[in-house]
Design a protein around this ligand. Structure first.
Ligand SMILES: NC(=O)c1ccc[n+]([C@@H]2O[C@H](COP(=O)([O-])OP(=O)(O)OC[C@H]3O[C@@H](n4cnc5c(N)ncnc54)[C@H](OP(=O)(O)O)[C@@H]3O)[C@@H](O)[C@H]2O)c1
Length: 309
């Protein structure tokens, strides 16, 4: 049995917590403050429903604050990218050289910042296509079956931590190990850099982007240059095809960023187009259409009264 601490009891944190608890692992939620702890203790525990919300199971998982003294063996960081550094710093003193930290954040930037903060700790990044949303606080709805790829942030080609992949798959968290997680993260980032902002700007589902082929292709061409400059030539080679594949195969979906805007929630823009624009400057690889898109997206977020970072 493993001991897991889950920092961030949102959609994915609750989903992982419930599935690990089913396999009798020792699971502890780390909640933000005493008020969140009191709200959680007034519930029946973590709720998990199927996509149709026909069945809900409640899991009476223990919860604590970051200030608890218990050392952390496995930490699942399940907050948004913009909260990730602060959240990790609150438990940093509980991590040891034997700890493993799994970072579920979308985009790029937060993972590297955390590995830099914790040079002695093994940090794994995850790229996940699973889908979940909260029906109410501490109650997750498992909306879409997906797959999670995990790998070391430091490119030292180690094997996966013992039993990790088996344990997660047994807990019905479909996942696999890669020695090239940076490639997965960059690929998802580049696809998100095209689809997410355009779906916000045109307020449309993914499929409707087929009406803007020139804009999509121009952005893909710039991102291909950026991927080359960032040492990701494999990802660059088929980016345009992959972007069009996602547009067509998820035609009816609303992107995560568009959903954030509709729900008046802060987006992860700084870790998507923001990160790509910063890289284009740092690598001296001009991406004018991407910069213009990022600016347009910021204007749009501002107009909705939402943070622009
Ligand atoms: N949901 C999905 O389907 C999905 C799929 C793939 C990837 N992702 C990525 O996974 C990450 C998590 O997404 P999510 O949808 O699960 O987010 P979420 O529902 O917003 O949950 C994040 C949780 O983290 C908590 N949190 C933030 N800072 C904290 C702190 N310092 N201490 C304790 N708790 C803290 C938040 O608490 P408050 O409510 O108090 O802020 C919230 O409960 C994101 O980067 C997202 O892009 C999500």
């Amino acid at each position: 049995m493993m001991t897991w601490h889950i920092l961030g009891a949102g959609s994915l944190g609750c989903l992982w917590a419930a599935r690990l608890a089913t396999q009798k692992h020792r699971v502890q939620l780390i909640l933000r403050d005493n008020a969140a702890l009191a709200r959680y203790q007034a519930t029946q525990g973590i709720g998990l429903s199927d996509a149709q919300r026909q069945h809900t199971t409640y899991y009476p998982i223990a919860a604590q604050l970051a200030s608890d003294a218990q050392p952390i063996e496995y930490l699942l960081l399940a907050c948004k990218a913009y909260d990730a550094q602060t959240a990790v710093s609150q438990v940093a003193q509980r991590l040891t050289t034997n700890s493993v930290v799994i970072l579920l954040q979308n985009g790029l930037g937060s993972q590297q910042a955390i590995q830099t903060m914790l040079p002695q700790v093994r940090c794994l990044a995850a790229s996940s296509t699973e889908g979940a949303y909260l029906a109410e606080p501490f109650h997750s709805v498992f909306a879409g079956i997906g797959h999670t790829v995990l790998g070391d942030l430091q490119p030292n080609a180690q094997a996966a931590p013992a039993n990790l992949i088996e344990t997660l798959n047994t807990a019905h968290i479909p996942c696999s190990w890669t020695n090239q997680i940076a490639q997965d993260l960059w690929r998802k980032l580049a696809i998100n850099c095209v689809i997410n902002p355009l779906t916000v700007i045109y307020n449309c589902n993914n499929g409707a982007l087929s009406a803007y082929p020139e804009q999509v292709n121009t952005l893909c061409a710039e991102l291909q240059q950026l991927l080359h400059a960032a040492g990701q030539p494999t990802t660059a080679s088929d980016l345009t095809e992959r972007v069009w594949h996602v547009i067509n195969s998820t035609a009816a979906n609303s992107s995560s960023m568009r959903q954030d805007v509709h729900k008046q929630r802060r987006s992860e823009i700084s870790f998507i187009t923001g990160f790509a624009c910063a890289q284009s400057l740092a690598l001296e690889c001009p991406t004018p259409a991407l910069h213009a898109l990022h600016q347009q997206l910021q204007n749009m977020l501002h107009a909705h009264g939402l943070p622009t970072t």
